[in-house]
Design a protein around this ligand. Structure first.
Ligand code: NAD
Length: 496
């Protein structure tokens, strides 16, 4: 059986003392093994990055960007291979995996723009014959730790920009679906990246803890669940590192009584059930304002969910695929059970989907739950499955208070025809990414991505302009070239 290894100093390595099963969630069978890096292997990767750094740092930004131009072309040429690896190990249907890859490629396109982004600021004549400028210097060796749900896109949020800014990188991807991530890293080397600039180590907590405590690492980007994000952030900070740690979510959509209900239902379908709800921007709660809007929404959703097709990644007519593991399937079903036990109404029940020919796959069908209240466990916690819960409120203010009171603040959306209400909502809601009649307001690559509250630990968001700030440190130089023969006497007052 194939073992997915590590990419260290430009070489694929499959030596491993510990390994873990990688599943095909559509069939429920083990398809590969993944190596789990020991401390010593991670340290080799860090050393390779450290050794590559001096030369890479001094490579002109335009040359660094040229590698990214070639990388983008290779990603496009190899898209079918990448999409099929994502499907095999994550379970995403090809149309969804293609969307993920495209979003990743857009981050590479933005990284191509680095020479422009790194120009810095210049002021002439800040004093007599004095000029001043600020430049952005790379940090050194930086790290990315990424989740299973976007094995192609989330690493591409991180290392293209980090590398093009002059840093060297160690990536620790999710051990649950590593193959597309590894293929993409190999393509970057095929594009001309020097050995050691990007290293990929597969692994678990041992690998992560080595990265978090090694003093050669200057910054850590993390995307994953909130408890781990908090641990990464506090540990990285305690070890003197810059850190951005993006966590989990519970994204609410307010459905106003004046909304175009058919449009809202269509948008909710894709945003709640696409990718089996395993997206940090998935809409998992619909907050209906007024009972009439709630009744209409629930009955239209129920009808629209009838033809939803859950099934294997290999059939592109399916709407969404399995969840990632058997344990996660059980967890999602457990949340549906708990909502029912706590008094909610399961309107469409996806607990026992029949997927012919794939009886052992980790499937959960689209599920709709009405009469959910904020005290319920299924409301408080992130389910990360194809489950849409409906909470009924009396007013828009009540809906906004509900959203503001939730622990998470990643994304949210309002469906309405009222511009004034939408403007008030987007201005005042305590959430980092807001959609107005847009269910998945994932910012494009030249804006930045990040939630508020316990959906993000740190100050700077992922990708876009914030990523240039995250992966560089500012240096400001003040320079004087006095005319020949002009000498100033000692000044004891503060220079002004
Ligand atoms: P996870 O937190 O289990 O794992 C993320 C990474 O952390 C993996 O690389 C994993 O190996 C590592 N890790 C896991 N446990 C660890 C531990 N105890 N110590 C050190 N490292 C550890 O997340 P996941 O299940 O892979 O991904 C799903 C989660 O990610 C969801 O909560 C989802 O909302 C979140 N997510 C957030 C965003 C965002 O942008 N906010 C984007 C995608 C996913």
């Amino acid at each position: 059986m194939t073992t997915v290894g590590h990419l260290i100093n430009g070489e694929m390595r499959t030596d491993a003392q510990r390994t873990q099963d990688v599943f095909n969630p559509s069939t429920g069978t083990v398809s590969k093994q993944v190596a789990l890096a020991e401390k010593a292997t991670v340290e080799e990767a860090i050393a390779a990055a450290q050794a590559a750094y001096p030369e890479w740092r001094n490579t002109p930004p335009a040359k660094r960007a040229r590698v990214m131009f070639r990388f983008k072309e290779l990603l496009e040429q190899n898209s079918d291979r990448i999409i099929s690896l994502i499907g095999e190990e994550h379970g995403k249907i090809s149309h969804d995996a293609a969307g993920e890859l495209q979003r990743g490629i857009e981050n590479v396109e933005y990284a191509c723009y680095a020479p422009e982004l790194l120009k810095g600021e210049h002021s002439k004549n800040v004093g007599p014959a004095i000029d001043s400028w600020s430049e952005m210097q790379p940090l050194g060796v930086v790290v990315g730790i990424t989740p299973f749900n976007f094995p192609a896109m989330v690493p591409l949020w991180m290392y293209p920009m980090a590398i093009v800014c002059g840093n060297c990188f160690v990536l620790k991807p999710s051990e649950r679906d590593p193959s597309s991530t590894m293929l993409i890293a190999e393509l970057l080397h095929e594009a001309g990246l020097p050995a050691g600039v990007l290293n990929v180590v597969n692994g678990d907590k041992e690998a992560v803890d080595t990265l978090l405590t090694d003093e050669r690492i200057k910054a850590v980007s993390f995307v994953g669940s909130t408890p781990i994000a908090e641990y990464i952030y506090t540990t990285a900070n305690a070890n003197g590192k810059r850190c951005q740690a993006l966590g989990g979510a519970k994204n609410h959509a307010i459905v106003m009584p004046d909304a175009d209900m058919d449009n809202a239902v269509n948008q909710l379908l894709g945003a709640a059930f696409g990718s089996s709800g395993e997206r940090c921007m998935a809409l998992s709660v619909a907050v209906a304002v007024g009972d009439q809007a709630a009744d209409t929404l629930v009955s239209k959703m129920k009808e629209a969910m009838g033809p939803l097709k859950v099934g294997a990644y290999s059939d592109s007519s399916n709407d969404f695929g399995p969840v990632i593991t058997k344990a996660h399937q059980d967890k999602v079903v457990g949340y549906i059970n708990s909502a029912e036990e706590q008094g909610a109404t399961v309107v469409v029940d996806g607990r026992n989907p029949q997927v012919e020919g794939h009886e052992n796959g980790f499937f959960v069908g689209g599920t709709l739950i009405d009469q959910v209240t904020p005290e319920m466990r299924s409301y408080k916690e992130e389910i990360f499955g194809p489950v849409l819960q409906v909470v009924r409120v009396e007013s828009m203010q009540e809906a906004m208070d509900l959203i503001d009171a939730h622990e998470y603040g990643n994304g949210t959306c309002i469906f309405t025809r009222d511009g004034e209400a939408a403007r008030y909502f987007s201005d005042n809601i305590n959430v980092g990414m807001v959609g107005i009649n847009v269910p998945l307001p994932v910012p494009v690559s030249y804006h930045s991505f990040g939630g508020w509250k316990r959906s993000l630990f740190g100050d700077l968001h992922a990708y876009g302009p914030d990523s240039v700030r995250f992966y560089t440190k500012r240096k400001t130089v003040t320079q004087r070239w006095p005319s020949a023969g002009v000498r100033e006497g000692a000044q004891f007052a503060f220079p002004s």
